[in-house]
Design a protein around this ligand. Structure first.
Ligand code: NDP
Ligand code: 2IT
Length: 447
């Protein structure tokens, strides 16, 4: 079948109306994968891209739960099982009021290519709910998680689909979800990752996404004979990924000057050190507070309500909050201020226009499916430990994570190096991720 990239994207849009985030993720990948297929006989005329963008299965369900006042509330639950060519479905759960099918399909699509890059046998999925954990009591969170899992349990399993955390789903939620799964199935199995160490979790899983992002950025800089040491770094978000990206950046001798949440950002001209970061961890994880409290504790810092941090002068920018948080105007400011590298801790944090501006300016572009793959990679290591009934040391897991991030960087360089010697990390990540999935799909036939 002879078709153009434009026709392909038009068909995807027609078939998936009102799903802008899904279309954005597919367009970015197809821009590189489409010509790669055209130039490689093995992949031609196999409808591979068409199959890749069609989820193998989507489950949508009602979650009715009771709040503390005794009122019945209704939310929508989802699991998008996107592709199982190279392994069981694997990917996080997101609890956030903005969750819808477009967002979960974009995340599941990204996850397929990301999981392939990790070198592990993991298919791709994503799920979650439009439930808003903010302001809910612990008891409400527990009841919601139990009701959500009561339905989800029918569709997952340690060899079928292994969920984990994402925005709004952390250690506490994974615990409640796991407890309910075990109760329903009468089976203690590693069906979720991101578990606590006390019941089968892996050391370094909480740190893995943020640490991995820094390892990846350091590889990009070293490729140019530079280093992250002494660089000024802007980070957005103050959740799981942001906290551990900051921790590793500080350890590498960088100066982290911003953190944020959905209400605004803090700028600390003196740099956020380990003690200040511990304050943030306690504030966000324990007290579930807001980042603006930082300036009450550290009055040298300033708070900027309803703004993102990208207009502060920095050499490395790490968007670690959410999709499309960094737009064209932010990208222009980063270029003007001499930014050298982007590391996407979050999934698709830059708008299409922002990506174009940053790439045209030749800023090293650590695309999310490569730069933030450390989280799911250590999830894969958690699954291996569960299967073997062992628990590895933090040093061992961290070493494995480093090795995986190095291999991902090498794969990006391998498939993304242009004729002029520049490295297009977006191209490299998409093609390297695609190739393994495509080979498995070809081998398994039309299923
Ligand atoms: P958390 O829930 O721990 O933290 C999310 C952070 O992002 C919070 O500071 C939150 O602020 C902020 N945020 C959320 N939504 C918005 C928004 N609409 N605008 C501005 N800020 C927002 O999530 P994670 O740290 O786990 O996830 C962050 C990103 O990293 C997501 O894109 C996720 O998909 C990605 N990711 C996560 C992995 C993981 O292992 N956890 C692995 C790979 C990628 P507030 O408190 O105000 O909501
Ligand atoms: O976006 C992601 O890679 C995650 N939220 C982690 C998924 C996982 O299964 O650990």
């Amino acid at each position: 079948m002879n078709q153009t990239l434009e026709n392909f994207l038009n068909d995807v849009e027609k078939k998936n109306p009102n799903q802008p985030e899904f279309l954005q993720a597919v367009s970015e990948a197809a821009e590189h994968i489409f010509p790669y297929i055209e130039n490689n006989k093995k992949y031609q005329n196999q409808t591979l891209l068409e199959r890749l963008v069609e989820p193998e299965r989507i489950i949508i369900f009602r979650v009715a739960w009771t709040d503390d006042a005794g009122a019945i509330r209704v939310n929508r639950g989802y699991r998008v099982q996107m592709n199982s060519a190279i392994g069981p479905y694997k990917g996080g759960l997101r609890f956030h009021p903005t969750v819808n099918l477009s967002i979960l399909k974009f995340l599941a699509f990204e996850q397929v290519l990301k999981n392939s890059l990790t070198t592990l046998a993991l298919g791709g999925a994503k799920g979650g709910s439009d439930f808003d954990p903010k302001g809910k009591s612990d008891a409400e969170i527990m009841r919601f998680c139990q009701k959500f899992m009561t339905e989800l349990a029918k569709h997952i399993g340690a060899q079928t689909d292994i969920p984990a955390g994402d925005i709004g789903v952390g250690n506490r939620e994974i615990g409640y979800l796991f407890g309910q799964y075990k109760k329903l199935q009468n089976n203690f199995t590693g069906v979720l990752t991101g578990k606590d160490i006390a019941y089968g979790g892996s050391l370094i899983r909480p740190e893995a996404t943020g640490y991995g992002t820094i390892y990846f950025v350091e590889h990009m800089l070293q490729e140019q004979n530079k280093s992250i040491e002494a660089k000024k770094i802007c980070i957005s978000g103050s959740g799981n990924v942001a906290q551990y990206a900051a921790e590793k950046a500080i350890e590498y001798g960088a100066k982290v000057i911003t953190l944020s949440d959905s209400s605004g950002y803090i700028y600390d001209q003196d740099g956020i050190d380990t003690e200040k970061l511990n304050f943030v961890k306690e504030l966000k994880n324990g007290k579930r507070g807001r980042i603006k409290t930082y300036v009450e504790e550290y009055p040298n810092a300033t708070y900027h309500a309803n703004k993102a941090p990208w207009r502060e002068k920095c050499e490395v920018a790490l968007p670690c909050a959410t999709e499309n948080e960094l737009d064209a105007s932010h990208a222009k400011a980063l270029v003007k201020n001499g930014c050298l590298a982007i590391g996407e801790g979050a999934n698709m944090p830059c708008t299409k226009d922002a990506v174009d501006i940053l790439q045209n300016a030749k800023i090293l572009y650590g695309i999310g499916k490569a730069a933030n793959a450390g989280g799911v990679a250590v999830s894969g290591l958690e699954m291996s430990q569960n299967a073997m009934g062992v628990s590895w040391t933090a040093e061992k897991v961290n070493q494995e994570l480093k090795t995986i991030m190095k291999k991902i960087h090498e794969a990006c360089v391998g498939y993304g190096t242009l004729e002029n010697g520049e490295i297009d990390y977006i191209k490299g990540a998409n093609i390297a991720g695609f190739k393994k999935v495509a080979d498995a799909m070809l081998a398994q036939g039309a299923v």
